[in-house]
Structures are given as C-alpha cells and as structure tokens.
Write a protein that binds this ligand. Structure first.
Ligand SMILES: CC(C)(COP(=O)(O)OP(=O)(O)OC[C@H]1O[C@@H](n2cnc3c(N)ncnc32)[C@H](O)[C@@H]1OP(=O)(O)O)[C@@H](O)C(=O)NCCC(=O)NCCS
Length: 291
C-alpha cells in the first residue's frame, strides 16, 4: 500500500492572536505526553499555556512561529534571542498531527533564524523520557550536555549562614553579568533585566560581594552562582518555585543531595542539549526550561 499523501504544512510568524489556539495545542500535547508516561503535565491547563505563549509571542526578545495545515494551526515554536546563545522552545504539535514532520519543520525555521543572526550556539531542554523529542533534536545536530532533575517543594532550611539574599536592583546587573561570563562564558543581561523589572530577580551576597543571582526561582528562570553555598542560599530563600519546579543539574550531586535533604522532591528528569558554543560551567547553575 502506498503511504497516505500528507497535507502541505506552512510556517509563519506567530502573533498574539494565535496564542489561544496554540495554548490549547500546547496543553493537549504536554498533558497527553506526560499522562502516557505517568508524569505531571508541564502546563496545568490551556489558559495558562495560552498566557505563557501570549507573553512570548508579544515579547521583542523572542521570534515565534506557528505551523498551519489546511488553514488550521497545528503547532508552534519559540526562539529566545535575548543573548549570544539562542534558546529554543516551548515547541508543541497538535497530538493529531504528530510524528508527521511538523516538529522538524518548526525546529528548522527557528534554527535557520538563529544561524542568520548569527547566534554563537543554540540550546534547549527536553523531557528525558520522551523518545521522539530526543531523536528529533539529536538528528538535528543537538548534543546532550547535562541531565537535569526538576525539583519542587518548600526548602526546610530558610537561609544559609554567611549568605544574604535580597531583591536584585538595576545596579546589580554589571556584577551579575560579569559572574555569568566567568561561569558560562557569556551573560544573559536582558533576561536578568526583565527579572529585575518584574521584581522576581534576587541576588545573594557573601562577604559583601554579589556571589549569585536568579532571574526567578521557577521553571522559566535561570540562576548562576559562584558556589553551591551561594546557590543553596538562593534556593532556600524561595517560598515556592513557579511552574513544575527548578532544574538542578543532576551531576551536581552535592547540590541535588542538599535539595533532597531539605525536603524537595524530584518531579521529572530532563536533558539540556546544545549546538555550537558550550563551555562546561565553572560554578553553580540552574538552567531555565529554555536553557
Ligand atoms: C516533540 C514534538 C514537538 C515533535 O514534533 P513531531 O511533529 O511529532 O515530530 P516530527 O515528526 O517532525 O519528528 C519526529 C522524528 O523523530 C523520529 N522518531 C520518533 N520516535 C522515535 C524513536 N522512538 N526513535 C527514533 N526516532 C524516532 C521520527 O521518525 C521523526 O524523524 P524523521 O523526521 O527523520 O522521520 C511533538 O511530538 C510534541 O509536541 N510532543 C509533545 C510535547 C513535547 O514534548 N514538546 C517538546 C518539548 S522539549
């Protein structure tokens, strides 16, 4: 029997008006995937997914696209262009249109865009239990960089002796960017400035110097610190973590062990993947779900 011909799929720039349709697809795709594997969904409902996508689709730091087939949206993808490294995701395809090449198309369009800029590299975080996304990203050229543990809960230790955590101010940007360059080889100043504007960002000081920061302690936030002690102080200061949780590099056994000893629970395994510039971080770090 000859294979069924597939309807043509086109990709165009996303607009905020697309966020409701894309939010429904995002929720359907993640909830179906996670239920199949016995994990909680990354997004609790279609409305939350739509509001996340609406924010990304209208943010000047992001390039977002939708895929259409026969006049209907069947998926979307986003590219975070706020730093030297481009972050990809969230990408989702309507469950009824999956495994037919739509995801590959949505990936290629944003990867081409990143190459045109040009970005020094691209990164993404995938659900480690998802065979299809791992296969797709690997065949597109992404390398596995770091196993991650998404952890959630309220830390029992509320502070770490010798460390003071306080809200980040615009005046902290320079020190935080310099720290990020020492740890990662590049900074994420625009992302941090967003966190300072939204009043979600915090810094940790040790011996009177900034020794770490977090844009927000959440799934969509990243944190960078000189040492595990500084990172522990940042984590301990949070009442709760937004979204499914924070992403702890699983090979940082001392930090993961500290999280577990403090009552945090592992929610799901994830994997950081990259193409292009990647330096083994020289400090403590938590990636966001983008990278
Ligand atoms: C992940 C996702 C975006 C991929 O989109 P898609 O349209 O289903 O994927 P595509 O059909 O374009 O590509 C899948 C590829 O993986 C291959 N593949 C699928 N399962 C595989 C497996 N178990 N082993 C090896 N290859 C596999 C397919 O053959 C295809 O490769 P090909 O293009 O060479 O034929 C989509 O499945 C989705 O929305 N999943 C749920 C949400 C999610 O996980 N999002 C990603 C978050 S990181």
């Amino acid at each position: 029997m000859s294979p069924q011909p597939q309807p043509e799929v086109t990709v165009r720039a996303a607009t905020p008006d697309d966020s409701s349709a894309c939010g429904q697809i995002c929720y359907d795709a993640f909830s179906k995937l996670s239920a199949k594997h016995g994990f909680p969904s990354d997004v609790p409902d279609a409305q939350t997914a739509a509001s996340i996508l609406s924010m990304l689709f209208s943010s000047p730091g992001f390039y977002c696209v939708v895929a259409e087939s026969e006049g209907r949206i069947v998926g979307s993808n986003c590219l975070d262009e706020r730093s030297l490294i481009a972050g990809i995701g969230p990408i989702t395809v309507d469950p009824g249109a999956q495994n037919l090449g739509v995801g590959r198309k949505l990936m290629k369009v944003v990867m081409d865009r990143a190459q045109e800029r040009p970005a020094a590299g691209m990164r993404l975080v995938q659900a480690a239990y998802h065979n299809r996304s791992l296969s797709l990203y690997t065949t597109l050229g992404f390398d596995v960089r770091e196993p991650l543990s998404c952890v959630q809960g309220r830390p029992r230790d509320r502070n770490v002796p010798g460390c003071v955590v306080r809200p980040a101010q615009p005046g902290d940007l320079e020190a935080c960017n310099a720290l990020s360059r020492r740890v990662h080889g590049f900074d994420r100043g625009t992302d941090l400035a967003d966190g300072i504007n939204k009043k979600t960002a915090c810094v940790v000081e040790r011996a009177g110097c900034v020794s770490g920061y977090a844009t927000v302690l959440a799934f969509f936030g990243h944190a960078t610190a000189e040492s595990n002690l500084d990172m522990q102080a940042l984590i301990a200061s949070a009442e709760s973590f937004g979204g499914p949780g924070i992403l702890v590099p699983s090979r940082n056994s001392a930090l993961l062990r500290w999280c577990l000893a403090n009552g945090l629970q592992v929610v799901q395994p994830m994997t950081l993947m990259s193409i292009g510039l990647y330096n083994e971080p020289a400090g403590a770090w938590l990636p966001s779900v983008l990278f």
